[in-house]
Design a protein around this ligand. Sequence first.
Ligand code: CUA
Length: 369
Amino acid sequence: MSVLNCIKTVMVACLAIGVVTGCRGDRVQSTLHAAGPPARAVADLWWVMFAVLGIYTLAVFAITGYGIWRKPPAATDDQTPEKNEFFGSTKLILLGGIILPTLILVPLLIYSSAATASMRYRPSGLTIRVIGHRWWWEVQYPDHHIETANQLVVPVGQPVRLELAAGDVIHSFWVPQLHGKTDMLPGKVTVTWLLAERPGIYRGQCAEYCGLQHALMAFEVLAVPPAEFVQWLNHAGPTGQRPTGQRQAVQQPAGEGALETNAVQHPGEAAFFRHGCAACHAIAGTAALGRMGPDLSDLADRRMLAAATLLNTREDLFRWLKDPQSIKPGVKMPATLASDEELWDMVDYLMELKSGKLTLPGGTSDPNS
Ligand code: CUA
């Protein structure tokens, strides 16, 4: 194959890859479908860079193509090629190598600096603290004494202050539709913000490689109308004084089985303590105070399990409890020695841990109700 054919093949292949991969309608984790100001600054910057540099690249290809395909310069009588034409002159090198790049890159630099600065706004008001762990997200609403995991509930149209930290290694907090990536560093609190302009479920992802299950370290931001958010706050917090909902109804008929801790009454709750789950997980209103793994006080309110790896259904919760290592190899949660019957009891118990009723945005129905 000649050099020319080779170049043509590569150009056609690049075009085909672009067409095939570029136009999927799936908007999950798409930075180009921004739903808030910081994400829009990123998307706009991307489009401007794409347009300007795309035109520039096409121009470079066109000039290169002209250089490859044009007729060779006519030789004069003394066998030296014809000179002083524009292509090949010093003027072209100055224009294309210095003047044009300066005219294009300097405005782009100014624009990108301004876009970066616009993302630095730090609102006061509602604060959510997120701590990255391998491989899940601890979520706190410090002003409301609420603790949850792998899911942020935010009011639509209101800026939210985010305080980000890490519990072990470096992670990066990223909801592509709402803001740019922000590193989470052990021993340092980084402040950033987001604002969801419309109700919806926005998926986020750890964006800094942090070990085996980095790819399955995801979470969701549920943006709900402000009135519903206030309702959720009232139901959800503060941790430790939450209405226990259906748990009370279950606890009433129990009499035997209540050992030294009077809270252990539901057979699933008993199994939860018997198999040591409380060493790593906390459940408000019980003796479970573990801090190694996610707080489970409102587990049934969550849309997803295992850091947005599984849908929060009874079947998937059972699978997760029975053999977490087959779903997320390397995860700190070990398989228990509990029998299937005990595990189903635990599923029953955990699925009752509801704090606030939340109508999930975006027309998605609550998998638990
Ligand atoms: Cu956490 Cu990657």
